[in-house]
Design a protein around this ligand. Structure first.
Ligand SMILES: *Cc1c(COP(=O)(O)O)cnc(C)c1O
Length: 442
């Protein structure tokens, strides 16, 4: 087995070397600081706690309780609210907590975004392009009947009047805002009023935009009518992979707590709570500057790509108000190909993006394996210190590979050289601890 161990190590080293010279543009990803990594590598990863702070099922939780309390306090401070549950181990888990708290088990009714228009796989059933095959997902596992918001494709947002009509007719128990393609704030205020009319709860899936919201950008769902927000702690928020639920409704706290434990999990990932607490200290100190730059970079990348022959969605709205932009690559279908092909070509040059369905793709018979769009995000490149001028350089690489069809292997060398200058995580406290550096390459 010694040779297998060597194999595992060498694969990990290769991965790190590749990431080190890559341009990471996956909108759901980010990079953690050395201080967060240090916390995530602590002994908490070996321990069991279960339950709420002070009411644990296991002994040995004295320090775990202190850290989890601190983490909840920091979360409440960041989101300016009265309740935070940091136990859900991912964003999907956090969504399940909301479903559990606010809907009935079988045939509970929920409104959400459809996947091809930006909804997440944990919201809605997944239908293939022939419109027939349906995969079960987190929402359907609970037996939810799901209807979709009406969507305004031109403005990449919910259509308020048409969605209000659907809410009034369908009478869901819960209306869930938020999505994975999320360029502009959703009309939470307007549609929450309609949801309240029919007695529905309002959820907001802030998995992608939680960091922007905490730092005071994008929108403020808890004050616009959302009863609770679910989030991932590792997208625009640069923490470890875990999840959380926050709310400002005192009267719903017990329901939300009980909907999480013991319903959905036994232990939670205690080391990641330590890491998340550290990430929150960083965002409470540096988040305003960081997230302002994330959004500016996304807008700069949008206009630099547009100037170089790419059709970036929503030019008339400044491309985005979040960390994401979406490119319609239909104009390259004949010369290069669609999403699957472009994603692979860019990866050959070590530029990492994801292909994405556009709202009209299913209608045009396109498949999610080779859709008409690319989604790019600027959270990670910004965390590594890039500014608007670097967004122009990245757009140049796109042009070389896709418009000029230069050899991606050649561009890969230029990408590696460019990336050499961005090897350090910014917007965090300088950490004196070097103990874990062998695990990280930034
Ligand atoms: C990423 C995402 C999630 C799930 O997050 P995980 O932490 O990966 O479970 C949930 N909702 C939306 C809208 C997302 O984009």
């Amino acid at each position: 087995m010694k040779n297998k161990l060597e194999e595992i190590r060498s694969i990990l080293i290769e991965h790190h070397q590749e990431i080190r010279s890559a341009i990471p543009l996956i909108a759901s990803e980010n990079i953690t600081s050395p201080a967060v990594d240090e916390a995530c590598n602590c002994d908490f990863s070996h321990r069991y706690a279960e339950g709420w702070v002070g009411q644990r099922v296991y002994a040995g939780c004295k320090y775990i309780d202190k850290i989890e309390s601190l983490c909840m306090d920091l979360t409440k401070e960041y989101f300016n609210c009265c309740f935070a549950d940091v136990r859900p181990i991912s964003g999907v888990m956090a969504n399940l907590v909301l479903y559990n708290a606010f809907t009935s088990r079988n045939h509970g009714k929920m409104m959400a975004m459809p996947i091809p228009k930006g909804g997440h796989i944990s919201h809605a059933p997944f239908e293939t392009s022939n419109g027939r095959k349906i995969y079960g997902t987190a929402g359907t596992v609970r037996g939810l009947d799901i209807k979709y918001f009406a969507f305004d494709e031109e403005n990449m947002n919910l259509d308020v009047d048409a969605s209000a009509k659907i809410i009034r007719e369908f009478k869901p128990e819960m209306v869930l805002f938020g999505g994975s393609v999320f360029l502009f704030p959703h009309p939470v205020k307007e549609l929450s009023e309609v949801a309240k009319e029919i007695g529905a709860h309002v959820g907001y899936d802030g998995a992608h935009v939680a960091g922007l919201i905490g730092s005071g950008y994008f929108q403020d769902p808890l004050r616009e009518g959302a009863d609770a927000m679910s989030l991932s702690c590792h997208k625009t928020l640069p923490g470890p992979q875990t999840g959380a639920v926050v709310s400002n409704r005192e009267d719903l706290v017990e329901d939300l707590k009980n909907a999480a434990f013991p319903s959905l999990f036994s232990n939670h990932h205690l080391h990641n709570i330590a890491g998340f607490a550290v990430a929150l200290t960083e965002m409470l100190e540096f988040g305003k500057k960081y997230h302002e730059k994330v959004i500016k970079n996304a807008q700069a990348l949008g206009s630099a790509l547009q100037e170089r022959g790419f059709k970036v969605l929503c030019e008339h709205l400044g491309f985005t108000k979040s960390h994401q932009i979406v490119i319609d690559i239909g104009n390259f279908e004949k010369t290069v190909g669609l999403g699957g092909t472009l994603e692979a070509l860019l990866e050959e040059a070590n530029i990492i993006v994801n292909r994405n369905l556009l709202p009209w793709d299913i209608r045009e018979g396109r498949h999610y394996m080779n859709p008409g769009g690319l989604r790019l995000g600027t959270s990670e490149v910004t965390r590594l210190g890039m500014n608007e001028s670097e967004m122009v350089e990245i757009a140049e690489f796109f042009k070389k590979i896709i418009v000029e069809q230069q050899d991606p292997k050649k561009v890969r060398r230029e990408v590696a050289e460019f990336k050499e200058q961005f090897q350090e995580v910014k917007y965090c406290f300088q950490s004196p601890n070097k103990a874990y550096e062998y695990l990280k390459f930034y």
